[in-house]
Design a protein around this ligand. Sequence first.
Ligand code: GLU
Length: 301
Amino acid sequence: MPLPAYRGRFAPSPTGPLHAGSLLAALGSWLLARQAGGEWLLRIEDVDPPREIAGAADGQRAALATFGLHHDGPVIHQSKRGGIYQEALDRLLAKGLAFECHCSRSDLVASGGIHRHCVAAARRPDPAIRLRVPDECEIGFDDLVHGRVVQRVDVDAGDFVLRRADGPWAYQLAVVVDDAAQGITEVVRGADLLDSTPRQILLQRALDLPTPGYAHLPLLLDTDGRKLSKSCAAMPVDPDDPIPALHACWLALGQGALPATIDSTERFLAAAIEAFRIDRVPRDALPASAAAHNTDATSRR
Ligand code: GLU
């Protein structure tokens, strides 16, 4: 079977209920996939057990369904994919592109947490594995919302972790392996990951994997200016009353209001697929309250 021309995905970490910021990312990603006649997959990014909240993945899944954001194919759980990540890591180690690192967090304080050379004060029984990032490593890509983005990965990220010293797989490795394994052609997600994308592209090249297209959607911020999900007041969306939350996310995506008379998620989403324009999506983060109540704040770019 040939791969579809467009395959998107939503990849929540099960760290709490679906909140307005993740609904916005899910809606934008779903709309672009459906507009392109493509598929939209769901992946649960449960690689970090201490951050996980029991039942959160099921809750997020149920909430997406209530909002009408149905996914295609089976749901993948990263916690079950250690063997596949290990294979990728072994390939990098065999090519000399990854190395064992005994440095602790405190060893790297002097360099602002950026690793360029091992300076470990002591060897540890469980070293981390890092990607060796070449000097003057500049990676650029064209984001559908942010335009050209260029980063010096050696300076801004350094040799980044692929498997942590305490055992878990790093997000960067898991996401790159899974996006390729699932045949994802477009990654549409929150702008907090904009500065992770050059690392992911570097890793794709090291593993001879294709680079998908990228679009990074605006974040919603709490009253203290923090990303909604990182806040204690992460405003879960109310799946019992989905239409107002969908309208609010739609406006936060910079789109012109849809008729207020729309009374079902199916009708809302059908109208949204017709009307969605990626070139209207704002670059800047928005206060969550503005996304919910104030259409003016959604039009800047
Ligand atoms: N798991 C990440 C999150 O919940 C998203 C990762 C991604 O889309 O690449 O913020």
